[in-house]
Write a protein that binds this ligand. Structure first.
Ligand code: GRF
Length: 201
């Protein structure tokens, strides 16, 4: 069984969906740790409720990004984590962190990458006027929202859409897509060649 850690800064609805999927056997791995950079993140509470160790690592206690990321790496190593899952973790990870877990970090982004990377993927899609957006699960490399794509699903933009309604519908898809991608990773069904990620039979 792969040992999984989830890093989240906010609401934690993806973390919740991942916990539920693991609970019902939809992920062949164990969620062993949740980490947040915000003390008041509802995600931490949700992890604890699900019986998962929840740790707040305070950015203010470290001199800079590398020192902070080293503290995260130490936590992940202590828990003997095989897979790091970013679920709304609002910090750009340093090369130090990414190199500590090569092709072992997944992220979910609320757009069809490479369109609309960055913190406001939903707002950007709406402002651009696209008729179709969605979400992307990808491996994390040293650039922003740029690693090999594991799974994507489209979500249409409807008339009179607002950021709130569009994000809600994207979230609903995320809650299904992310556990699926995590399970594929845990069952060693993902094979990365360059930028392409193949799903093995
Ligand atoms: C999701 O929309 C995800 O795509 C983005 O951050 C959001 C996290 O939401 N990376 P939640 O905290 O899981 O509810």
């Amino acid at each position: 069984m792969k040992r999984i850690a989830v890093l989240a800064s906010g609401r934690g609805s993806n973390l919740e969906a991942i916990l539920e999927a693991a609970e019902r056997g939809g992920i062949s791995g164990e969620i062993v740790l949740a980490i947040s950079d915000r003390v008041d993140a509802p995600a931490l509470e949700k992890a604890e409720k699900g019986g998962v160790e929840a740790v707040f690592v305070d950015p203010k206690k470290y001199s800079g990004r590398e020192a902070y990321d080293q503290a995260l790496v130490d936590q992940l190593n202590r828990a003997r984590v095989d897979l790091v899952v970013l679920a709304g973790f609002m910090r750009l990870l340093s090369p130090l962190f990414v190199r500590s877990f090569p092709m072992q970090i997944l992220n979910i982004h609320p757009s069809l990458l490479p369109a609309f990377p960055g913190t406001d993927g939903v707002e950007q899609a709406l402002a651009h006027g696209v008729k179709m957006t969605g979400c992307t699960v990808h491996f994390v490399d040293e650039d922003l929202d740029s690693g090999p794509i594991v799974l994507q699903e489209a979500v249409p933009v409807i008339q009179r859409e607002t950021v709130k309604t569009l994000h809600q519908r994207i979230h609903a898809v995320e809650h299904r897509l992310y556990p699926t991608a995590i399970d594929l990773y845990c069952r060693e069904k993902l094979k990365v060649e360059g930028r392409r990620c193949f799903i093995l039979e």
